[in-house]
Write a protein that binds this ligand. Structure first.
Ligand SMILES: NC(=O)c1ccc[n+]([C@@H]2O[C@H](COP(=O)([O-])OP(=O)(O)OC[C@H]3O[C@@H](n4cnc5c(N)ncnc54)[C@H](OP(=O)(O)O)[C@@H]3O)[C@@H](O)[C@H]2O)c1
Length: 316
């Protein structure tokens, strides 16, 4: 197996942590680019990891940060922006991929793996998130002097995920009744271990060049089913109250102005359509997708189950 030097933008996040550990296990040198290095010093326990503080939006800074790499992975993505008009999404999902392409060219790096999202659609996406993700994906795939592979996962689950853990946290705090917006939207939740395995296997596979892959788990769930499942695993007795569409929209209008935007108008629009794949997990990766029920109890359930998750991972 070839050993690469791989720069990961957005490598300090949920997917990035899992991917960096996986790549380090194959003895690739992993350079994690972050806007603030201090909180992420835990990466330095990985023997082949480098942590580089860098303003990835600055072309010259990014050019310098990827010197000596032969693969770049862009995982940067946001679910909410500071403002309300889409500029933040444009910067993170469109302007940044453009800067990444130029940084690859400036350093004669030809391999680029790009994280998009299921539902990303430049023309028909309902939200700023989906349209900007779609434009970013189009942009990188159009760079035909590079070998680009794009990935479009549904919601990703696994330890430290931001989706199921977020509902677990909310359920801990909200007593008695839990009002749930957009309860009937479907997600084909996909395990982070399968997503990062697809990235890892794509690196040296020329059949993946110029391609984009939808990544889903083995089955889909409504949001209501998922939240009920999280509540069951955490032992939360609240009644979960599915909100009708008008009330979901109203909740988004209100939470749009709450600090931290726990739910925004853009999030609401992103849930207008189901987030599910048309076919099975792409055969090219040779991965059988992991069911939610095999993993979630280990990190959302009690401490004993969490311990057993460590054993589960050590056998992977
Ligand atoms: N998690 C999911 O369910 C899911 C589903 C579909 C697609 N995706 C996509 O997968 C990617 C990774 O997701 P994740 O859950 O790992 O995200 P995450 O935990 O939020 O991590 C994203 C990382 O991107 C960096 N970042 C955030 N905003 C940025 C900005 N404005 N400019 C530059 N860097 C910024 C941050 O790194 P620093 O702060 O260290 O710079 C952060 O650690 C994203 O592109 C996301 O859209 C995720």
């Amino acid at each position: 197996m070839k050993r690469h030097t791989i720069a990961i933008l957005g490598g300090s996040g949920f997917v990035g942590h899992h991917l960096a550990s996986r790549l380090a296990r194959d003895e690739h040198t992993v350079r994690i680019l972050t806007r603030r290095a201090e909180p992420h010093r835990d990466f330095l326990v990985l023997p082949t990891a480098e942590l580089v503080e860098c303003n990835v939006h600055d072309q010259l800074a990014l050019n310098a940060a990827v010197v000596g790499c032969d693969v770049v992975v862009n995982l940067v993505g946001i679910l909410n922006e500071r403002g309300h008009r889409g500029k933040g999404f444009e910067r993170a999902h469109v302007d940044l991929p453009r800067t990444v392409i130029e940084a690859c060219r400036a350093n004669a790096i030809t391999r680029l793996l790009h994280m998009s999202a299921l539902g990303a659609d430049a023309a028909h996406g309902a939200s700023h998130y989906q349209r900007s993700k779609g434009r970013g994906e189009q942009l990188v795939l159009a760079a035909d002097d590079l070998r680009v592979t794009a990935f479009r996962p549904s919601v990703i689950f696994g330890p430290e995920d931001s989706f199921l853990n977020r509902f677990a946290g909310l359920l801990r705090r909200v007593p008695l009744m839990f009002p749930l917006a957009c309860p009937s939207v479907r997600f084909a939740t996909v395990y982070v271990g399968d997503v990062i395995e697809a990235f890892t296997r794509a690196i040296d596979n020329p059949h993946t060049y110029g391609r984009s892959y939808d990544l889903c788990g083995p089955r889909s769930y409504t949001l209501l089913e998922l939240v009920r499942y999280v509540a069951k695993l955490g032992g939360h007795p609240q009644m979960i109250v599915p909100l009708p569409d008008w009330a979901s929209r109203l909740q988004a209008e209100v939470f749009e102005w709450v600090p931290g935007k726990p739910f925004s108008r853009d999030n609401y629009l992103s849930t207008k359509h189901d987030n599910v794949c048309c076919g099975p997990f792409p055969e090219i990766f040779g991965i059988t997708p992991t069911p939610l029920e095999t993993v979630a109890p280990y990190y959302l359930g009690d401490a004993g189950e969490r311990k057993r998750y460590a054993t589960f991972r050590s056998h992977q």
